[in-house]
Design a protein around this ligand. Sequence first.
Ligand SMILES: C[S@@+](CC[C@H](N)C(=O)[O-])C[C@H]1O[C@@H](n2cnc3c(N)ncnc32)[C@H](O)[C@@H]1O
Length: 254
Amino acid sequence: MIPRFLQRIRHLVLDDTTSYDQGLLDEAAFWRKSLANGGRNWDAAAFRMRMDPKFEFQPHLRELADKSPAARSGGPVQVLDVGAGPLSAVGHHWPGREVRLTAVDPLADTFDQILAELDLHPPTRTRKASGEDLLGVFAQDTFDIVVCSNALDHSRDPLLCVRQMFAVTRPGGWIFLWHYRNEAKEEGYAGLHQWNLDEERGDLVLWNREHRNSTRAALGPAAVVDTRPDPAVARAIITRIHKRDTSLPGNPTP
Ligand SMILES: C[S@@+](CC[C@H](N)C(=O)[O-])C[C@H]1O[C@@H](n2cnc3c(N)ncnc32)[C@H](O)[C@@H]1O
């Protein structure tokens, strides 16, 4: 993650775009620098929060958990964070409830090296997996909530990632996505930023210079897709995708 103004200058002055593979190296370098010195080169408050063994499971995710299969069964809430980075931004502490958080990222091996070098021990260790290959690691219908924050638009194939997230979500469960609109366009299609995410009549549209994909069309009637602006953050959009549980009364068969 190169700072945005440097990306723009490089793009404008050199008219070059860094490759996706170089983007992965840049991302690893970003985290190596960010995790040093207690996160002071990045965001010390976020660093402290993500390292806290009592990092609170966020209210917007509790709301979804209360409408998920875990609420009906009374079992633990199974949560997956896709593209988590080395320190997941998803909390896990919820007094009276059990949250089982799994975090994955394709750069997990590099994160392990960085964490070892810095002697850091985050409460949730990120495992290696890319969003495009979740079914290679997890069984279908495993998670009550799948979260992906600021990472889908860093992937090679965001539509495949969404399909895989949907597959590993339990019927009756949820996908929660948080992203900035149209980052690839903003960043000049450099490095990991090869895809834009945008909202269109509540749909999540994944597009770049060659393709334009509707999430609603891709997932079909088994999914309820709801995208809207994040009122708290300029240019950010939130998408909630509900995977219908057709075994429940009142849920029409897709
Ligand atoms: C901007 S960071 C966001 C990290 C974290 N979600 C957060 O909000 O702090 C983007 C992350 O996406 C990851 N990423 C890149 N390609 C990915 C893919 N194909 N599937 C899942 N994550 C990917 C990167 O390795 C990086 O850790």
